[in-house]
Design a protein around this ligand. Sequence first.
Ligand code: ACO
Length: 340
Amino acid sequence: MTAAAQLKPVVAAPTRTVSIVASGAYVPPGIRTNADLEKMVDTSDEWIYSRTGIRERHIAEDHEATSDMAAEAARRALADAHLGPDQIDLILVATCTPDMTFPSTACFVQQQLGATHAACLDLSAACAGFLYALDVGRQYVASGQLNTVLVIGAEKMSTVMDWTDRTTCVLFGDGAGAAILQATDASHGVWPAVLGADGSLNKLLAIPGGGSREPFSQQVLDDKRHCLKMAGREVFKHAVTNMAAAAQEALQRSGACIEDVACIIPHQANARIIQAIGQRIGAPIEQFYLNVDRYGNTSAASVIMALDEAARNGRIQRGDLVLLVVFGGGFTWAATLLEW
Ligand code: ACO
């Protein structure tokens, strides 16, 4: 008999319903308004607001890293769930602005929370990262392998901005959101996500310098290739097409129709992108939750920050059907339905 034959057989994994049992969010207190930006670059409140719907964004202090914001959002989610940090089995952090290349930001969060029993992992799918991470965490809980997964989207986008480039610096902000996943007796919970990517378009939205392809150098610094570069119009077009298609696919797979959805919570990149998606999927703007005016685009943090805010201010109630849809660099996109 081989050694493998002597091991315990793999039992068929049970499938459990997984819900977001609690959430939390954090933004740093510092606010940079469009009027502040008018003093930094050649722009205006009128241009920014009419093109994007953004009025202001929160900017972290120099000493505050992505994991600091992530840990604070997580503390609020844990308090909401009445759970202690020792009950977390896995910390998943979606971010494109990690504290360091390694260790993972999740490891720094673990240290700050004292979540000593948790495994730690970062996940990179740019602005779409939170829904990718949510789907990974959901599967660990659904299979019964883990009981409590902390999924975080956190970004310090201010550190990858070229603050002299008006085409990008007006769009982004800093913040973090956290969700706790557990098995529940809800009838649906979180549905499996629709996930997509098109790596052939990787150059349209990227931080090209500072990685293994263009290691950090004086040239990278001089050319500001450690900062976010974006082909805005192309991003806009692909964001609308892919988010609308993913949202429709998520509805179709679940058997729901758009009228069943109490609230659509999209990635908060730009109010015009959200309006265009609404037109494509037949949803009035009132059906969407928007807070891009106050936070700008917080990348992987945006959808969970918006979900948490919508829950806290009563826009969504327990039992509501909520549609989440995101898009980011890669390109990457995702959509999922959940029973709140
Ligand atoms: N203030 C004033 N003028 C500006 C600014 C600014 N902040 N930025 C650009 N302009 C100028 C341009 O230089 C250009 O001037 P020109 O005609 O003299 O050359 C003019 O405004 C028009 O520029 P466009 O890029 O064509 O403007 P557009 O209407 O496409 O809006 C925007 C630009 C807002 C970036 C839009 O393309 C967009 O929203 N794209 C999506 C980008 C996005 O949301 N990215 C986030 C990351 S991906 C994601 O999260 C989904």
